[in-house]
Design a protein around this ligand. Sequence first.
Ligand code: KIV
Ligand code: ZN
Length: 523
Amino acid sequence: MSTQSDPAAVASGDRVVIFDTTLRDGEQCPGATMTFEEKLQVADFLDEMGVDVIEAGFPIASDGDFEAVMAISKRVKRATVAGLARAGEKDIDRAGEAVKHARRGRIHTFVSTSPVHMKFKLQKTPEQVLDMVAKQCARARNWVDDVEWSAEDATRTEHDFLCRCVETAIKHGATTINIPDTVGYTVPEEYFALIAMLIARVPNADKAIFSTHCHNDLGMAVANSLAGVKAGARQIECTINGIGERAGNAALEEVVMAMRTRKDVLPFANGIDTTMLTRASKLVSAVTNFPVQYNKAIVGRNAFAHESGIHQDGMLKHQETYEIMTPESVGYGKTSLVMGKHSGRNAFRQKLKEIGFELGDNQLEDAFTRFKALADRKKHVYDEDIEALVDDNVAHAHDRMKVVALTVIAGTMGPQSATLTLDIDGQHQTVQATGNGPVDATFNSIKMLVPHEAKLLLYQVHAVTEGTDAQAEVSVRLEEDGRTVTGRGADTDTMVASAKAYVAALGKLMVKRQKTAQAQQGV
Ligand code: KIV
Ligand code: ZN
């Protein structure tokens, strides 16, 4: 759906615009920072999956954000690309610059409207805020036809004042009106009543699309978003896996599958190809290093697992006894034994296609070589193994440092030691280090080659599939001078995966350091 189609037509129809803010609100949660390449990868995936609006970032926040929004604007084929902006002229102009190359560009501009935010955060009177609303929408409208205005902390805003703000925003060119539950405070009945009240009371409300943006502090983000749609909102703002500030945002996969599964009570349409939801979840989890909880609705690894005897018996008799949607409908494939060391390049390419990867020739060749190496070491190669391998490959394609070789001596007779060779900017360098255990020894060897003061905040290992020969997927989070980065690595050898993850995180830290230094020097 074109979000530039007549807002009035969308507002009165049953089609819900899916606005994904994984790259903006999602990326705002501590540690979820993505690299430039990862952002492009996620944007491409969202576009292909049928997301209507991709909020690609907050262009004034940093040069990196600006560049990412600009690059996403240039490459996205179908979706509208939005850039976020506060009420100031500089913010709006920066967002306008960033989205100006998009086939469909949107400026999403916001200001706080609740008494507590106006008094303490903005230190402005309601009249001053109203003036800001008029000016921010008019300025954004000079850049694009598609302007979204948000009343930050709308659910704690006085109704009469909120009506005046929304009326002003529409009068000055906003075509989408977003009513955020910024602090995750509302409940479904209240949010329904709020949206219904605005649509009924605000003059010209029918000229704009109303939108939900619900945070999950009380676990009601999805329920609140759906209540908003029932009240007349026709856009839902959400994120993959529900990531976002604090407890996160409404999860895209949940709102979409709720509308699909309960059409009887939620008779609304959207453009999402639901069979891509599982891959989207895995991709976002991989690039942000935020694990998906096992029992997460729709995309958790247990979402379609039936453990108890009674349930298994029922399932064998009829799938509908315990499944309200099929695993296939969300792209959750059964773990299948697919490939082995005798599989050829064509079979590998075909397999990649089936599980949702289209690689260029060089990347394919690289992935195939790694697949062969994996198949030599691992008896059964599952779809999940191939996904981990390709994700790992794509994530590290642009790294300046790479693990070339690692030998670890572990066991009861300490100290444990690690001999590591890293490729740093094309030069091979080798060191040996000891440590209190194999992980410590490995990380110490990295520290010898790349001295740094970063603190290790998280070290997490999980097995990609079952079995003792399963690939390990390791996440490492580092912190230095308030900058947090995460890296990941996959390998059948847990120590190699650990070294890859640590080196990847360190690489990201170096990029961040460099950018800060450049910004300080005004480069
Ligand atoms: O939660 C919020 O209020 C936001 C706005 C910027 C839309 O993220
Ligand atoms: Zn938010």
